[in-house]
Design a protein around this ligand. Structure first.
Ligand SMILES: Nc1nc2c(ncn2[C@@H]2O[C@H](COP(=O)(O)OP(=O)(O)OP(=O)(O)O)[C@@H](O)[C@H]2O)c(=O)[nH]1
Length: 772
């Protein structure tokens, strides 16, 4: 579709085919439309990149540009890129399933762990359907009231936290789902922190109002205290638990009921008479809270003037986009109540791509920060935020986001991180595991390209600029295990699987144990590693022997120690000569790097061409500390002097000198072992309170966990427990609580082990080495 090939007299412009306007539905929410063809509305046609050719009356170039700009602007304003994140089992996937149904994207609702065995659309992996958990984030899109909504459903388990990081990095807004019974839970705090880190405006959705014990007001107050949300409800539920019937909208002052077999018919009625007082009180609270962060509304409020729905809605929008306020919606995804108003809230309160500031670093100007326009006019800037290998080769999800520009099938794009020029052979939009080919994609979209070899976090441009996007936060793996294929013949498939998973998931690492030669996989927890072992078996048909999971200990030094090492071998053949002098010391607390090397030699004691080999030697030595063979972190090596030989010095000689120098000074630097500490949140029926708290107290590192007892449950949070003490805890908790207890844990930090534990670990390591 070459635009330039069109004659200027006819003035053809690729534009949208305007579909005839539909007559407005009497209901405030239209019933689910039939599956929309991507071109059935101007917006979806534009966004799907499937343009219809339309003749424009001839006009001046300026007029055409004006029209085109207006057209882009409208398309941007009618686009939302949102993520759905929450604690485990809060109902993210169930909610997404309803959204897809009401927007006509799917024709039937299937439940997570539903009796029909089909499973929800967004849990497309067999493992996800079987286990009833989300493992990978999945992207989809739908159309609601003429707006295009791109959605990413993310996992709740902390082991898959990278999926949440990746999604939030590229989204413009988010729905934070909270359970109306569980309230603000440990992962709610984590995802909220992630949303804050990526400056994502959000709305909250208090789900499961149909459940026994549902208390949205308690959850709202927890969100205010635990998450420090400046928030207020924009709805009031009509009834709760079994009696949950509908919602009153505090902005429009209307009551909504959800009828039909799947809640698809929304009827608007007057606010029930017995709720008028409560509604007036909650509306006033909403206005007060928003007024605190929005001057325009504050003026009206202080003047005691009546506030219209539009004024209130606009103020909520301004405050939400400015991340000063979080509107709270309510409902029950499972009972099909409250989803359509939430979708309306996404349109009303969450930003479109051009309302969010995105920055890139200009590599030609020492990483100067540049703001991206977010429009399709301008150089292409796209971020590869997720890689996935599909049936047709590597799929690379690229966020052609807000980050400017247009990309077309067949275009050449440049990977700024590697300098490689790549042709885009195929461009698709994702609907969970299905895909739809498109010709081009524009700023603000999330699309996938095939066959583009890159790493997640790489930035692509059209070559006219050298920008990179700031990278994602990638947490360190905390647990490892040895794996090997049962049959030697499957070695090839085994390596293929590991390579693929490692490329797709930056928190999954593969290494070799230098001593045993075993393959070691590392990840964020037992579940994370178990899932990969299972995927190797299912997707690559390789049975693997799995060792005992072990903790990713680290070593570090606690004081400065000098080294002065001469590596000399000058008897027969090519000689080796290299001397290095200097010291190692701990890096200051909070340093962004884990290893630093500094050459402070004045003069030419060592020729400068040997310095990189010396640094390499120290880095290699720090990969395996001599206490227990784990990597040494937070260490700085300073090279102050040395000596070389005109003939016998070589890179190898200096590298070996550095390795031996490191070993020489290591014990004088008083090394210690660091272990991962986990934040553990635990819930169990009160009858087991004594046993459960007694047990966790035994293995706790630091006692600052709070204990809250309700009538039925106790909640311990957060306990700081070494990961080493958590192996097999799910089985232990199950037996202590007759299967009624549950816990979640999340990595907090690496901290020094006690002297006693250090001695034990060192002795075990020595014994294992001696036995080899
Ligand atoms: N009673 C009730 N149950 C719900 C509701 N929403 C979801 N559930 C149930 O809660 C369980 C978890 O729902 P999911 O949608 O898988 O939750 P999730 O947050 O996507 O789960 P993960 O991604 O694995 O963390 C399922 O059994 C759902 O049927 C609701 O509104 N009410």
């Amino acid at each position: 579709m070459a635009r330039s090939s069109r004659s200027s007299t006819t003035r053809l412009l690729y534009t949208l085919y305007s579909s005839p306007k539909t007559t407005p539905s009497p209901s405030p929410f239209p019933p689910p439309p039939p599956c929309p063809c991507p071109c059935s509305s101007p917006i979806s046609a534009l966004l799907a990149g499937n343009f219809h050719l339309r003749r424009f009356s001839s006009g001046s170039a300026a007029r055409m540009k004006e029209e085109k700009d207006a057209w882009w602007k409208e398309s941007m304003e009618k686009l939302r890129n949102i993520g759905i994140s929450a604690h485990i089992d809060s109902g993210k996937t169930t909610l997404t399933e309803r959204i897809l149904f009401y927007t006509g994207r799917i024709h039937e609702i299937h439940e997570v762990r539903g009796k029909d065995g089909v499973g929800a659309k967004m849990d497309s992996m067999d493992l996800e359907r079987e286990k009833g958990i989300t493992i990978q984030s999945a992207a989809t899109y739908c159309t609601w009231k003429g707006y295009q909504v791109n959605i990413i459903d993310t996992p709740g388990h902390v082991d898959f936290t990278i999926e949440v990081e990746r999604a939030l990095r590229v989204l413009d807004g988010a729905i934070l789902v909270l359970c109306s019974v569980g309230g603000v839970q440990s992962q709610s705090i984590t995802v909220d922190r992630q949303m804050r880190r990526y400056e994502v405006p959000r709305v909250a959705f208090i789900n499961k109002l149909d459940r026994m014990g549902a208390d949205p007001w308690k959850v709202l107050s927890q969100a205010r205290s635990k998450l420090r949300h400046h928030s207020s409800a924009v709805q009031v539920p009509i009834g709760l638990e079994e009696d949950f019937q509908g919602l009153v909208d505090l902005v429009k002052l209307q009551a909504y009921y959800f009828c039909g077999s799947s809640g698809e018919n929304v009827t608007a009625e007057e606010v029930p008479a017995n709720m008028k007082e409560l509604v007036a009180e909650k509306r006033r609270e909403l206005i007060e809270v928003v007024s605190e962060v929005d001057d325009k509304l504050a003026e009206l409020f202080l003047a005691d003037e009546p506030i219209s729905s539009t004024e209130l809605e606009e103020a909520i929008r301004r405050a939400t986009i400015a991340r000063k306020f979080i509107p709270v919606f309510m409902g029950s995804a499972f009972k099909n109540k409250g989803v359509q108003p939430l979708l309306d809230g996404v349109l009303s309160y969450l930003p479109c791509p051009i309302e969010v500031s995105n920055y890139a670093l200009d590599q030609t100007k020492q990483e100067e920060k540049v703001m991206l326009s977010g429009t399709p006019v301008g150089p292409l800037v796209a971020l590869a935020f997720k890689l996935e290998e599909g049936r047709f080769g590597q799929l690379t999800y690229l966020r052609f986001a807000i980050y400017e520009g247009v990309i077309k099938k067949g275009d050449f794009i440049i990977n700024i991180n590697t300098g490689k020029k790549i042709k885009v052979p195929r461009l698709v939009r994702m609907h969970s595991n299905e895909m739809e080919d498109i010709q081009e994609a524009h700023a603000g979209q999330i699309v996938a390209v095939f066959g583009v070899d890159c790493a997640s976090g790489d930035t692509f441009t059209d070559g006219s600029v050298r920008y990179t996007m700031t990278s994602m936060n990638v947490p360190e793996p905390v647990m490892s295990l040895a794996v090997s294929p049962v049959s030697k013949d499957s070695g090839g498939q085994f390596s293929k699987a590991l390579n693929r998973f490692q490329r797709e998931d930056p928190t999954f690492r593969v290494g070799l144990d230098a001593e045993s030669g075993q393959t070691i996989i590392s990840g964020m927890g037992e579940l994370h590693l178990d899932i990969y072992v299972e995927r190797i078996r299912r997707e690559y048909k390789v049975d693997a022997t799995v060792g005992k999971p072990r903790v990713n200990f680290r070593e570090t030094v606690t004081q400065r120690a000098e080294f002065d090492y001469l590596h000399k071998k000058q008897t027969g053949g090519q000689g080796q000569y290299g001397r290095v002098c200097g010291y190692v010391e701990p890096l200051p607390h909070g340093s962004p790097t884990k290893f630093e090397f500094e050459n402070m030699i004045v003069g030419q004691a060592i020729p400068s061409n040997f310095i990189p080999a010396i640094e390499k030697g120290f880095r290699e030595a720090a990969n395996s500390g001599s206490l227990i063979g784990h990597p040494v972190e937070n260490i700085c090596v300073i090279l102050t002097d040395g000596a070389s030989h005109a003939v016998d010095s070589s890179e190898l000689a200096f590298k070996l000198a550095a390795i031996y120098a490191f070993r020489q000074c290591y014990s004088a630097a008083r090394p210690v072992i660091l272990e991962p500490i986990m934040l553990v949140e635990l819930k169990a029926p009160t009858e087991f309170q004594g046993t459960v708290t007694g047990d966790i107290n035994k293995c706790e590192k630091r006692r600052d966990c709070r204990e809250r007892s309700g009538l039925e449950m106790i909640l311990l949070s957060p306990a700081h427990v070494p990961l080493n003490n958590m192996f097999g805890y799910s089985t232990a908790l199950r037996s202590m609580t007759q299967g009624k207890g549950e816990f979640t844990m999340e990595y907090k930090e690496h901290a020094p082990v006690s002297q006693e534990v250090q001695m034990q670990l060192v002795n075990t390591y020595k014994a294992a080495k001696a036995a080899e």
